[in-house]
Design a protein around this ligand. Structure first.
Ligand SMILES: Nc1ccn([C@@H]2O[C@H](COP(=O)(O)O)[C@@H](O)[C@H]2O)c(=O)n1
Ligand SMILES: C[C@@]1(CO)OP(=O)(O)OP(=O)(O)OC[C@H]1O
Length: 165
């Protein structure tokens, strides 16, 4: 069996009034938020799907159905912790994760380090194993009009090395 596997995840949530704005486990003090069944943390969802995809497992909606009241408003860091646990139960270790947020607003840079710490802790990896960037969509399209926030993520997972004999 190939000891390394790569996965990709993507998610997008609409910006609406009257919802919390949670990204990477950080809650922003703004008057708008993301629509969804959970806390709608698109960044964390993309990372979950990258990990699940790498392991050849079904996507986030399979593990946490969006019509199940158990997941209504749930903190997506709990979902990421569960996803990482599902992988480890199947003998996978996380090599690294790299993610990109596409958000016209809010400004991510001031809380980027806090997001990285939250995500690394939830996934059970070190900060050095996690890349995170933010970009605007330069005003183009629905993302550029700040109608939604999207995230892409890739993850590399591997089987633990066999002990040397
Ligand atoms: N929501 C965002 C978007 C971007 N940033 C930071 O600004 C830099 C420039 O963004 P461009 O879209 O003009 O390339 C980007 O590299 C990020 O450091 C941000 O903090 N929050
Ligand atoms: C996270 C889950 C949890 O029910 O709900 P949503 O917040 O709606 O997020 P989405 O990425 O649209 O779907 C995945 C679901 O598993």
């Amino acid at each position: 069996m190939i000891p390394f596997r790569i996965g990709h995840g993507y998610d997008i949530h609409r910006i609406v009034d009257g919802r919390p704005m949670v990204l990477g486990g950080v809650t922003f003090d703004v008057a708008y938020g993301l629509d969804g069944h959970s806390d709608a943390d698109a960044l964390t969802h993309a990372i979950c799907d990258a990990l699940l995809g790498a392991a050849g497992l079904p996507d986030i909606g399979h593990f946490f159905p969006n019509d199940d009241p158990a997941y209504k408003g749930i903190d997506s860091q709990k979902l990421l912790t569960r996803v990482a646990s599902e992988l480890r139960q199947r003998g996978w270790e996380i090599g690294n994760i790299d993610a990109s947020l596409i958000a016209e607003k809010p400004k991510i840079a001031p809380v980027l380090a806090e997001m990285k710490q939250n995500l690394a802790t939830s996934a059970g990896i070190s900060i050095e194993q996690l890349g995170l960037k933010a970009t605007t969509n330069e005003g183009a399209g629905s993302l550029g009009r700040a109608e939604a926030i999207a995230a892409h993520a890739v993850a590399l997972i591997h089987r633990p090395e066999a002990p040397a004999r």
